[in-house]
Design a protein around this ligand. Structure first.
Ligand SMILES: [Fe+2]
Length: 365
């Protein structure tokens, strides 16, 4: 009598007599057996109740054993399959082994042989599952480590951005304020949490490319020459190049870095993108970046008043700025005396977790 926790087995054969022989043998060994008279019936049963072991005849009407084997391997890869063949079908049996059957028994079979093959097949199955489990664990650990290394690199880059800003009293705190304004605009516009995370990441690193800009040009007090302006405006491209290897999975953040100086009318940098060609998240950061720049002192001009900066946003609607993002900014600050915001505290940035491409499927019991 099989125990409640007995290993389940499905016997597939179109001859009821042969099924009974196998079932009796296996139940004598403590298995809990079910029976199917055809491949189609076997698949239906597996669909509702997957089992770790299937013993199947090769020659059956409707669906032969080879087709059944292919289906089982594809849909329930942890199920061990043993095929039952006539002596004359050894070639077919070998073909089945190549397809993934764990063993075969030839008819007429000896019960001792069947017993031994079944035990061996279950041992092989356990071993296969252990190896697979080990491989998955290893892959997951490698992915976690790679993610951690990327985050450490990100933290170093974040520190570098703040170091650069702190060196220059005119830009101190710019990135965290832009991230803060962007988050407030994004919330007003109902952006999802996942999008907001990417926006924060991109906003805080948007000017990282200034590492590649000459300090003399960056801090020049007077008016910039045409060549100097072009040199400064290389920073979005430099920034995107620096971050590309780290931000493969966060294209939105990368787009913010590359395109935060684009304008709706196509007169921006570096690609002259127009209207909808500029991703929505980039347009959000564009408003935040411009407002913070306008309300900060620059070496070549004093800070604009909040009122004047808000007017500039209003005037730039549709040409430079995305109108709904400007509206959202105004809605986020109904009382302009709350502007400009106090520079928020710097918090470590995080990359979104890697996609789990290898979800574990629980094996049948
Ligand atoms: Fe910039």
């Amino acid at each position: 009598m099989p125990q409640p926790n007995a290993v389940k087995c499905l016997v597939v054969d179109d001859e009821p007599r042969l099924r009974r022989v196998l079932v009796r043998l296996l139940e004598g060994e403590g298995f809990s057996c079910s029976e199917a008279g055809s491949g189609t019936e076997a698949l239906e049963m597996l669909q509702h109740d997957p089992v770790p072991l299937v013993i199947s005849d090769l020659r059956m009407p409707q669906m032969d054993g080879v087709t059944l084997l292919r289906e089982i391997i594809a849909r329930w890869p942890t199920t061990a399959v043993i095929v039952v063949t006539a002596v004359a079908e050894v070639e077919s049996a070998v073909a089945c082994l190549q397809l993934g059957a764990l063993d075969y028994v030839a008819k007429p079979f000896h019960l001792d042989e069947v017993r031994a093959r079944v035990m061996q097949a279950l041992d092989k199955r356990s071993l296969k599952m252990e190896v697979e489990d080990y491989r998955r664990t290893l892959e997951q650990r490698v992915q976690e480590q790679a993610h951690r290394i990327e985050e450490l690199s990100l933290e170093r880059l974040q520190a570098l951005v703040h170091f650069l800003e702190e060196k220059d009293p005119y830009t101190s705190g710019h990135s965290v304020r832009v991230a803060d304004y962007s988050a407030r605009i994004g919330r007003q516009m109902g952006l999802s949490q996942a999008v907001m995370e990417a926006v924060s990441l991109g906003a805080e690193l948007h000017d990282i490319g200034k590492i590649g800009v000459s300090e003399a040009v960056l801090h020049k007090a007077g008016k910039l020459t045409e060549a100097e302006y072009r040199h400064i405006m290389e920073h979005p491209v430099i920034g995107a190049r620096i971050l590309a290897p780290l931000m493969r999975d966060v294209p939105t953040a990368l787009a913010i870095v590359r395109s935060h100086h684009e304008r709706l009318d196509g007169k921006g940098f570096p690609d002259g993108l127009k209207g909808d060609q500029i991703p929505l998240e980039v347009r959000v950061v564009g408003v935040a970046d411009s407002f913070d720049a306008m309300t900060s002192v620059r070496p070549y001009r004093p800070a604009l008043s909040v009122q004047k900066a808000l007017q500039e946003l209003e005037d730039g609607k549709g040409s430079q700025f995305h109108p709904p993002a400007v509206e959202a900014f105004l809605a986020a600050f109904p009382d302009p005396s709350a502007l400009p915001v106090t520079t928020p505290e710097v918090r470590p940035l995080h990359l979104p977790p890697p996609l789990d491409a290898h979800r574990r499927s629980s094996p049948p019991d």
